[in-house]
Each structure stands twice: as C-alpha cells, then as structure tokens.
Design a protein around this ligand. Structure first.
Ligand SMILES: Cc1cc2nc3c(=O)[nH]c(=O)nc-3n(C[C@H](O)[C@H](O)[C@H](O)COP(=O)(O)O)c2cc1C
Length: 302
C-alpha cells in the first residue's frame, strides 16, 4: 500500500497538499507542523510585480466558513524566486506555483520568468480569484476566454499545468473541456465562492473590499459537485480543494473523481491537518485492502 500518487505528471509523496494562499510563505508553518510530510505545497498567488492586495479588514469568520478578500497580495515573482522558493524546495516536497495576473501579458510575462526557475514541480494557473477587479475571474468566467489564456501559457511553459477554476461557473463541464482542449494537464477545483457579509450595527460590509470569497466547510458540497461535474466531462486529473478538513472529506473528494486534495482554511485551525488526513487515508486504504488512492478515484456509485 502506498500513498504516493501522480497528479498531471507531478509525483506526490501523499495526495494531501497545502492550498494556495493558506500556507503563508511556508516558513510560518515550519515550526508548527512537519512540512516534510506534506504531499506538496502550492504557493500564494505570484504576480509579475509586487501587489499590495485589498484594504483591511480582509477576513471575516462565518459560522461554517471564512470570508477573505486578501486579493493577490505578494512581493512579485522575482522576490518569490529569490526569497521564498529556496526554503520551500529545501523541504523536499513538490512545490507548485499559483500563477496570477491582471492582464494576459502579465500572466505570460510571469510564466516566462517562472520558466527559468529550477526545482518547480508545476504551475497552478489562477483564473478564479474573486477578489480582484481586473484579472482573476475575468479570465475564468467564460470557456473561450479561459481557453485562450491557457493555450498562451501552455506555449510559454513546459511544466505540468493545473488550471484552478471557480465553483461559480454556470457550465463547469464546458469550462473543463475548454481548458483541457487548450492544453491543461490537470484541473484544480475549487477556488472560493464570491460572498459578502454586513455589520448590522454600522451598516458597513465586514470586508474592506466589500465582497470576498467563502472557503471552509460551507464550500465543501459545492466543491464535491464541481469535482464530479468536471470528472464526468474530461479525462484530466483533478486536485480537489474546498472545505477538506478530515480524511473522510478527502475520501469523498476521491470518490467523485479527485486524484489528490488540497487543504486550505482547515490549516488555520490545525496546521497538522494534511498529515492527519494522510494518516487517516492510509488506515482507510489498509482497512479496505486497497493498494493506492487511485483505486478510489471516481468510484462513487452515481
Ligand atoms: C486567506 C486565503 C487566501 C487565499 N489565497 C489564494 C491565492 O492566492 N490563490 C488561489 O488560487 N487561491 C487562494 N485561496 C483559495 C484557496 O486556495 C482554496 O481554493 C479555497 O480556500 C478553498 O479551500 P478551503 O475551503 O480548504 O480553504 C485563498 C484562500 C484563503 C482562505
């Protein structure tokens, strides 16, 4: 029995990764959990130039999830490669870069810089950030536009290319088919769901950016459905993300078609969640007499 698996050509030691934007720069977690036991690390969004992100407040906790409007805050691709990547790589787990942009040229220029980097395992193309006025969802709302960008990035970069989609796309199967056709190696599903909360004492929105993205347990059934729709539509490996906080949640995602899962919001409560999920998966596979997680993928009786 092994937990090791392949995701779009990326060899993962376990199928449980840290999701983009929820793992800080990585170093913050080094003292809190055994980072070497992760299946992989997906970086915070990286853009061509430094980006300040949205005005505060940027987080609001709801009864069953988290609203955030961090935006694409980061120090730019050059600083990422110089200051963050070496330490992330030193942990010996696959590092996937979340690539974002405000325009098509931004995405392509950043991809050209990333092409020069050594040691990266893959790219997660972020066309689903609900927290920016330009870029983000603007590229991920319409299959034709998404496919155009994916094809252009594909031309620039040889690394395994996962495309991260929003759960708020009307015809998810069509979107998945369009990005598959354009050259994606895999899908990453899902990003946060556009959402909003208001303080009824002040009548002001809870977030400085007014709206944000909902993550955590409330998102999970939406993500399960999105993974299932995409699994039926295309023959691409899927990385599932959205409210996964236990090994049972991970098994559910595998059954509807995911090859691996990424853990986001649950890390804030318990940084060791991915390791606990990996352990639970191991025991589950053993109890079922299964040799690997691949034997669960898409096996839902639906
Ligand atoms: C604070 C925060 C920051 C995030 N930043 C990014 C980001 O930079 N790029 C991205 O693609 N997704 C980002 N996400 C979305 C997560 O990667 C993930 O898709 C989403 O939160 C759903 O998973 P979860 O419910 O396990 O958190 C962020 C989420 C949170 C909560």
């Amino acid at each position: 029995m092994t937990l090791a698996t392949d995701l779009a050509g990326i060899r993962l030691p376990t199928p449980v990764l840290a999701a983009s934007g929820t793992f800080g720069r990585g170093t913050e977690y080094a003292g809190l959990t055994d980072v070497e036991g992760l299946g992989g690390i997906i970086s915070k969004a990286v853009t061509l130039r430094p980006c300040a992100g949205n005005p505060p407040p940027r987080l609001w906790e709801t009864p069953c999830g988290l609203l955030n409007s961090v935006g694409l805050q980061n120090r730019g691709v050059e600083a990422f490669l110089r200051e963050d990547l070496p330490e992330l790589l030193s942990w010996g787990v696959p590092v996937i870069v979340n690539l974002a942009g405000f325009s098509r040229e931004d995405y392509l220029e950043t991809a050209r810089v990333l092409r020069r980097a050594e040691g990266l395992s893959g790219i997660e193309l972020n066309i689903s950030c609900p927290n920016v006025k330009r870029g983000g969802l603007q590229f991920g709302a319409e299959p034709r536009v998404a496919a155009g960008l994916v094809a252009a990035v594909r031309e620039v970069i040889d690394l395994p290319l996962l495309v991260k989609l929003s759960p708020n796309v009307p015809a998810l199967g069509e979107m998945a088919a369009a990005v598959a056709e354009a050259g994606a190696d895999g899908l990453s599903l899902v990003n946060t769901f556009p959402a909003m909360a208001v303080d009824i004492r002040t009548w002001r929105p809870r977030l400085g950016a007014v709206t944000g993205g909902l993550s955590g347990p409330a998102l999970r059934p939406l993500a399960v459905r999105a993974v299932w729709e995409a699994y039926k539509a295309v023959d691409l490996p899927i990385l599932a993300c959205g409210g996964v906080s236990s090994w049972e949640d991970a098994v559910e995602m595998l059954l509807v078609g995911a090859r691996a899962v990424a853990v986001g919001t649950a890390l804030f409560r318990e940084p060791r969640t991915p390791l606990m999920i990996a352990q639970g998966l191991k025991e589950y596979l053993l109890s079922k007499g299964l040799a690997n997680v691949g034997q669960l993928v898409g096996k839902v009786l639906a």
